[in-house]
Design a protein around this ligand. Structure first.
Ligand code: CO
Length: 652
């Protein structure tokens, strides 16, 4: 593995630790180095597509915590100077870690809150041992939401500091805290069911006795991996891409391409998680406001875990570190932030011939191997794994794995369970959904593509369909942004084809990739709800826009306490044409979560995915040249040559 320091910086590389410090030093100097300046984000500003020798630039989001002012700054690192300063009064960037800490201390020492806790019969010791979970509040039109920078603190009881607090919610007691003024604005204290008396734990000594019938399962690659990583450039089989960590979006892939007959064919310029929202479906005072935008309100990238070999990832692993800013402008390295490895993925293809001359059967098959690039981010109670998979048949896929601890609620034993489900004695999990918006800046065989909606439909009955059996595929181009906002339709096997109509494949058709939805769900919140309007992306599965480097976040740049209608709804109003254009796809993955008892006290991984498959991008199965596994192909004496490259290491 070649270290980052040993390779030249590529324009799409993330900022190094040195560059982060240099950028924040230049910015701080420009403002006279005030003690109140904080850095929420310092990241590489991507150069315009195709720019020759672009200057190395950084973008920063700064907060002056005294003035309560957010400023966006661009620094030219080559010239060593600030090139742009934009004040953003009124927006609410994600809370700083320092603000979370101060908010908790503010609540804990607030006389009104402590008195409400005592009113619940809790002793000072219990109050001091309680756990405060700070939530973004959303925006329901109150002055506090539109004019203050606030979080809501909800509280749970613990028997000891490392207890699983979520088992014992103090229901209906919420402190609203102003982050700029460091004071509690209001304590909401509604009569509510009592907290459960104990919590289920899942940490050491609480899951046992452990089952004893597991034998070792080792994953061994005696000759090492089949991929190479030079700086951020990852090559595997015929695939290549650039891999990095963005402080807001997390894992980002750039310039995904496929080497075909010695030529690198572009497929996708940039792929990332652009936004997320998790709307809860309960109207009670402690839950109605829960609509976390885990990416835009929290910053998935700054929350990724340091992964551990043999634990998070198994086998022959290569890790990439991530570097983000700390809030004073220093660099914070997240070691082993990105995991890269190969996995056996079952069967790639197979056919068994049954011979009429009684010689028996002959099977031809190949095993599938996939390249996995992943991160795991912890956003308070939830943990999200993000996995990109690349396969030898030219397809690629994203899988989200949600795990961690569900949001809980204290209930009476006879709760009617309308908007929540019982998961323990006096404890419920609240119905909710997870929506993840993936931004796919496609470039199939070039920057100009057209997106077609493909529906499979029966043909009309009549003389053209005498046996009433015929069906066809209808391809409708998404002509401009006004027809953006498409929904899945499983009865039509609906999917979307991203084609380059300016190019012909060897059989005379435009090469394309198809976006295949996985299992998903629609948003249950009514379209008039604040969350449906603030997270409009989540109401449809596919949006297509014409590339604009400023349009990166589908619910707006600052979704915390945001107004309705920001992001995608604004952009598509421009009705820009989309045929043979630089199209950007925004695909929403939806996960429905009716909480089960088995999701408690820690939930087994829940998966959701989508995939991209070549459609006429190749002129045959691109996995024909994968060598067969040893001893798995008929001998030459049976009339068939063994594969020319039949050996252990022919895949290198
Ligand atoms: Co969930």
């Amino acid at each position: 593995m070649v270290t980052e320091a040993a390779t030249r910086t590529h324009p799409l590389d993330p900022l190094s630790a040195d560059e982060i410090v240099r950028a924040s030093t230049i910015i701080s100097g420009r403002f006279g180095s005030p003690d109140s300046l904080r850095f929420l984000l310092v990241a590489a500003l991507e150069p315009p597509k195709g720019a020759a020798n672009p200057p190395r630039c950084a973008e920063a989001v700064c907060i002056d915590i005294d003035a309560g002012l957010t400023t966006e700054v661009i620094v030219d690192l080559d010239a060593g100077m600030v090139t742009s300063v934009t004040e953003r009064p009124g927006v609410q960037p994600p809370a700083l870690f320092e603000e979370y800490e101060r908010a908790e201390a503010t609540i804990r020492t607030d006389v009104g809150w402590r008195s409400a806790m005592r009113g619940r019969g809790l002793s000072d010791d219990q109050i001091d041992l309680s756990f405060i979970h700070l939530w973004p509040t959303g925006n329901f039109g109150s002055t506090w939401e539109t004019e203050h920078r606030i979080l809501k603190g909800i509280v749970y009881l613990r028997d000891e500091p490392d207890d699983n607090a979520y088992g014992r919610p103090v229901e209906g007691l919420i402190a609203i805290v102003d982050l700029a003024e460091d004071r509690v604005l209001e304590v909401i204290d509604e009569p509510s069911p009592l907290p459960p008396t104990s919590s289920l734990r899942f940490d050491h000594d609480h899951g046992g006795p452990h089952r004893e019938d597991l034998r070792p399962l080792d994953i061994v690659q005696p000759e090492g991996t089949s991929f190479s990583l030079e700086g951020h450039l990852l090559r595997w089989q015929k695939w290549q891409m650039r891999v990095s960590l963005h402080p807001r979006e997390g894992l980002v892939l750039h310039q995904i391409g496929y080497e075909d007959n010695g030529q690198l064919r572009p497929i996708c310029y940039r792929a990332s998680l652009a936004e997320m929202v998790v709307p809860y479906g309960d109207a009670s005072v402690g839950h109605y406001f829960k609509n976390a935008f885990d990416s835009g309100e929290c910053g998935i990238g700054r929350l990724v875990n340091s992964l551990e070999l043999g634990c998070d990832c198994l086998g022959e692993i290569v890790y990439l570190d991530g570097v983000v800013t700390d809030e004073r402008g220093g660099a914070r390295t997240i070691e082993n932030a990105i995991c890269i490895h190969e996995e056996d993925a079952g069967l790639l293809w197979k056919h068994t011939y049954r011979h009429p001359d009684q010689r028996g059967t002959q099977s031809w098959l190949r095993r599938s191997r996939r390249l996995v690039i992943s991160t795991i981010a912890t956003v308070d109670n939830y943990d999200y794994g993000f996995y990109w998979y690349f396969y030898q048949d030219g397809s690629w896929e994203h899988e989200v794995k949600a795990t961690g601890i569900v949001q809980t609620m204290a209930i009476e034993d006879d709760d009617p369970q309308v908007t929540r489900h019982k998961i323990g004695s006096r404890l419920a999990g609240v119905h909710h959904q997870h929506f993840l918006s993936f931004r796919l800046d496609m470039e199939v065989d070039g920057p100009e593509n057209t997106v077609y909606e493909i529906d499979t439909v029966p043909l009309p009955l009549g003389p053209e369909n005498p046996y009433h059996n015929t069906f066809t595929a209808l391809a409708t181009p998404i002509a401009d942004e006004s027809s953006s906002g498409r929904e899945v339709n499983s009865s039509a096997a609906r999917h979307w084809r991203i084609a380059n109509d300016g190019v012909s494949n060897p059989i005379g058709e435009p090469p394309a990739y198809v976006l295949m939805p996985g299992a998903t769900v629609s948003m249950m919140a009514d379209e008039r709800s604040m969350i449906a309007q603030r997270a409009a992306f989540a109401r449809k599965q596919l949006w297509v826009t014409s590339y604009d480097p400023m349009q990166r976040y589908p619910a707006g740049d600052y979704p915390a306490q945001s107004e309705p209608g920001l992001g995608l709804p604004e952009w598509i109003d421009a009705k820009r044409p989309l045929q043979q254009a630089d199209v950007v796809l925004w695909y929403t993955v939806g996960m429905n979560h009716l909480v089960r008892p088995e999701d408690w006290p820690v939930m087994p991984v829940q998966r959701a995915s989508f995939s991209l498959k070549p459609w006429g991008f190749f002129d045959r199965n691109p996995g024909l040249d994968v060598p067969p596994p040893d001893h798995c192909e008929p001998d030459a004496e049976h009339g068939q040559d063994r594969h020319a490259h039949h050996s252990h290491n022919s895949h290198s």
